[in-house]
Design a binder for this molecule. Structure first.
Ligand code: PEP
Ligand code: MG
Length: 897
């Protein structure tokens, strides 16, 4: 204990940057957060970065471990950090004649836009404000900075009601008949500061802190505190960011974008984050501070002349208004892209003509842009093809695989905003995040309408199909977050006037009420009344190129879970190399079969069951024919009947009479049989191969339908499918032996009748822990294993997959499982069983074919696990096939190291 305390006390928590010093670099993201690490890196390559220091994430962890207090040692380190800034700037913190002001910003390992707190202009008080006024020669600027500081500090650090401050500002403007903050004079601002200070005193019962060191520690504590804010927690949950990472705090000399018309602040991307187009892309505001741009309160101006002209906008671009600073900035963009070999998202400030870099990081981008940038950069020789493959998040492909608006469909366009995040969405208009979440939970598609979004809206944005805002630019909170989530978003639709109280929006004399259907097109910015038809995505171009590269490096095959010809076609178009799971029960539910299925279930003996099955045979055969035709030449894994039979019988009183008549029995018989089949725990009941063991004729007829269909397709097209007949829920070798005998016997009978054969395999699913443990002997009877990780997860964890939703959320939140184990394989538990079964199966039968067909087959992290075990294939739902192809390629590349 004593040793641990000593190590902690000795640990270093503060890392400086600027003025030729860089204690860290871009490799230190875990310790310094993304922002801190990149500030240090930029400073080290000689870019103009205001000097500062980073308090590490390790301090954040310790801060929470020690009851939200700071150790003495860190106070000394921070004091030394301030001295470092003072030495470079020549200003002193708290100096009444020429004060040093600092910003205090959060910065986690990965960026969490807008989720955590920031304080600017720290170091101002009643004395230093005068010093700032005289040193800058701009009294108005000094008092504006002070009022901004009090406002921000009161909100972020003191937790006071920010509405009261905004209202006071509004009233001050109204009194003078002004509309813009910039119209307020130094005297107006001075009066406003006095009012703000009395508001503070009223609300917290103590004056606004005048000691600059108290201010600093208050702000540092607030930034660490914001790591545990509700919105940060929600964001972490949605983005799989562990709470244990903590945030760093960056304290940096302030530079001012609000020192007149040669000052500005902006955000930029080195390429277009929406389309990936290779052109600088960004927004800036003259005479403003950084938060004004990202907060989306003023609609910003374009960075380049070309972009301004394209948009037909009037206010001058930065290229035109501040040509020298722009040229320097463009050179920095190129330098940063070459240095980081990736598209960068940059924050900068121009203070009286001088450019300062405040942040750089790899820019968030849409899936479309990610593809284009990766493919382009590989072509430009900036990165290799393998790197290009690793650059695209497989999950993000989802955005591209979904429909866009049909260009030929009629559109009733209400207005147009900025195309902030691509994709099209229709849904009912809602005006607040809670309603969005509630309606979405009821299965309704919603479009969230906000004047501007704030981090508090994040749950509603996630629940909505699309987001529409009246204010804010392409880098506003709504735009950044929507792009990250893959939600279509139209931002800055300025003609829209939203009344939150009345839950209505007015645009061009028309009204949109809560619940009215709206469509937004995130690619064009159009907002339409009603629902507009959609079309399927284009899969050629950059997508096709990257997929070809991915296919060249991946080892795992990718199949699809599909049971209809349409799903099989979609899957093949998406590049599936066969079917990994055809669940035959889905065919039983079809309207024209269900009666025969029920007759089979209601039959009292084998003869009765066979008679009903005879009726099903031609239907099943034609189903298999259709699938085999689409999949000709490829393996198709067909699973024999799995669910308990009572699932096919009616449950509602109202249905009994009709079903009884159709099945040709009386209602009492039907009810009695349904009662007999009732199970307390159907998932562990009479299902899977247990059906085949008790009623082998069911599996026999299914096998016959498969073989006959395979022979038919082989004859017709000359290309035979390769059926892999799969027995579900096996626990013992004997079960599989018995079922394989039924299948082999049937195959022989059909082949004898037809005088022809097709190649086929018989294997089993591994869905029960016993099957995994006894895989060595089960492999004696089966030619392949397919891991049914849905059932294997529920049987290994003892968690019902149908009931897990009630409590798994809390489990993940409390770190019991890192991720939902039904979405991403529980590598330690379920994974160990898979590894063991694969080893034992191979020991018996070295060429045993191994695959996975649970939902995990489409999850990138689980796919990486499958690669590590050396499975032969993964099988995923058709729309996830491209995701699986890319994830498999990434897993192969990472495995090679
Ligand atoms: C499984 O259990 O993983 C599986 C694929 O089968 P089902 O989801 O149909 O039970
Ligand atoms: Mg299963």
């Amino acid at each position: 204990m004593a040793t641990a305390a000593k190590t902690q006390a000795d640990e270093r928590y503060v890392y400086r940057f600027g003025g030729g010093v860089s204690d860290g670099g871009s490799g230190d993201k875990n310790l310094l957060g993304g922002k801190g690490a990149n500030l240090a890196e930029m400073a080290s390559i000689g870019l103009p970065v205001p000097p500062g220091f980073t308090i590490s994430t390790a301090m954040c962890t310790r801060y929470y471990e020690e009851g939200e207090t700071f150790p003495e040692s860190v106070r000394g380190e921070v004091a030394a950090g301030i001295v470092h800034i003072e030495g470079i700037t020549g200003k002193k913190f708290g100096d009444a004649s020429d004060p040093l002001l600092v910003s205090v910003r959060s910065g986690a390992r990965v960026s969490m836009p807008g989720m955590m707190d920031t304080v600017l202009n720290l170091g101002l008080n009643d004395e230093t404000v005068e010093g700032l006024a005289s040193a800058s020669g701009d009294e108005r600027f000094a008092w504006d900075s002070y009022r901004r500081f009090i406002q921000m500090y009161s909100d972020v650090v003191l937790g006071l009601d920010h509405g009261a401050f905004e209202e006071a500002l509004e009233v001050a403007k109204e009194d003078k008949g002004f509309t813009l903050d910039t119209e307020l004079s130094a005297a107006d601002l001075k009066a406003l500061v006095a009012e703000f200070k009395s508001l503070v005193e009223e609300q917290q019962g103590a004056p606004f802190p005048q000691d600059v060191h108290d201010q600093l520690w208050g702000a540092v504590g607030a930034v660490f505190g914001s790591w545990q804010s509700d919105r940060a927690k929600v964001y972490r949950r949605l983005n799989d960011i562990p709470g244990s990472w903590g945030t760093a705090v960056n304290v940096q000399a302030m530079v001012f974008g609000n020192m007149g018309d040669t000052s500005a602040t902006g955000v930029a991307f080195t390429r277009d984050p929406s389309t990936g187009h290779n052109a600088y892309y960004g927004e800036f505001l003259i005479n403003a501070q950084g938060e004004d741009v990202v907060a989306g309160i003023r609609t910003p101006q374009y960075l380049t002349k070309a972009a301004r002209e394209d948009a037909g906008a009037k206010p001058l671009s930065m290229e035109e208004a501040l040509p020298e600073a722009y040229t320097e900035l463009a050179a920095v963009f190129d330098r940063l892209e070459r240095h980081y070999r990736d598209m960068q998202d940059i924050e900068f400030t121009v203070q009286q003509g001088k450019l300062w870099m405040l942040q750089t990081r790899s820019g968030k981008r849409t899936a479309k842009a990610a593809l284009k940038i990766a493919v382009d950069m590989a072509a430009e020789g900036l990165i290799t093809r393998d790197e290009a493959i690793l650059r695209v998040d497989p999950q993000a492909l989802d955005q591209l695989l979904h429909p866009t608006l049909d260009p030929s469909a009629a559109r009733d366009v209400l207005t147009k905003g900025l195309p902030a995040s691509p994709g099209a969405a229709s849904g009912a208009a809602v005006f607040d995040a809670d309603t969005a979440e509630k309606w979405a939970a009821d299965g309704k598609a919603v479009i969230l309408l906000r004047t501007e979004t704030s981090p508090e809206d994040i749950h509603g944005m996630h629940a909505a199909k699309g987001i529409l805002t009246a204010r804010g630019g392409m880098t506003s909170h709504a735009a950044v977050v929507a792009r990250g989530m893959g939600r279509p978003c139209v931002s800055g639709a300025g003609a829209l006037s939203i009344d939150n109280k009345a839950k209505t929006a007015r645009v061009g004399g028309r009204e949109v009420k809560e619940g009215d259907l709206l469509t937004i097109d995130g690619a064009t910015g159009e907002v339409m009344a009603g629902e507009v038809a959609t079309i399927q995505p284009e899969l050629a171009g950059d997508f096709g190129t990257l997929m070809v590269w991915a296919d060249e490096v991946r080892r795992l095959k990718v199949r699809a879970n599909a049971e209809t010809p349409l799903d099989c076609r979609t899957a093949r178009d998406f590049g599936a190399e066969g079917v990994g799971l055809c669940r035959t029960e889905h065919m039983f539910f079809e309207a024209d079969r269900i009666t025969a299925v029920r007759q089979m279930i209601l039959a009292e003996d084998e003869a009765g069951r066979r008679a009903a099955l005879e009726k099903l045979l031609p239907e099943q055969r034609s189903d298999f024919q259709a699938i085999f035709e689409v999949m000709a030449g490829l393996p198709v894994t067909v699973r024999l009947l799995d669910p308990p039979l009572h699932e096919f019988l009616p449950h509602e009183e109202a249905e009994f009479a009709e079903v009884a008549t159709a099945a040709g029995v009386d209602v009492d018989t039907l009810k009695r049989r349904a009662g007999e089949l009732h199970e307390f725990n159907p998932m562990l009941g009479h299902r899977g191969c247990r059906l085949g063991v008790t009623y082998p004729e069911i599996y026999e007829v299914q096998a016959r339908a498969i073989f006959e269909a395979a022979l038919d397709v082989a004859e017709k097209s000359g290309e035979a499918p390769i059926p892999e007949i799969m027995i579900p829920l096996v626990a013992t070798k004997r079960e599989l032996e018995l079922m394989k005998a039924v299948v082999d016997r049937t195959a022989k009978a059909v082949f004898d009748e037809r005088g022809k054969t097709v190649e086929y395999l018989v294997g089993t699913m591994i869905e029960l822990p016993r099957a995994a443990l006894r895989a060595g002997e089960i492999a004696e009877a089966g030619e392949f294993f397919s891991f049914g990780t849905n059932d294997l997860t529920q049987t290994t964890l003892g968690v019902s997959r149908d009931d897990a939703g009630r409590f798994l959320g809390s489990y993940v939140e409390q770190g019991i499982y890192a991720k939902d184990p039904f979405v991403s394989i529980d590598v330690e538990g379920v994974g160990e069983l898979i590894r063991l079964a694969a080893e034992r199966g191979r020991a018996t039968r070295p060429d045993i074919k191994l695959g996975i067909c649970g939902e995990h087959g489409g999850d990138p992290a689980s796919i990486a696990f499958c690669e590590s075990v050396g499975l032969d294939y993964v099988s995923a739902s058709p729309y996830r096939v491209p995701i699986a192809r890319l994830a498999a390629a990434q897993a192969a590349l990472k495995a090679r190291g």
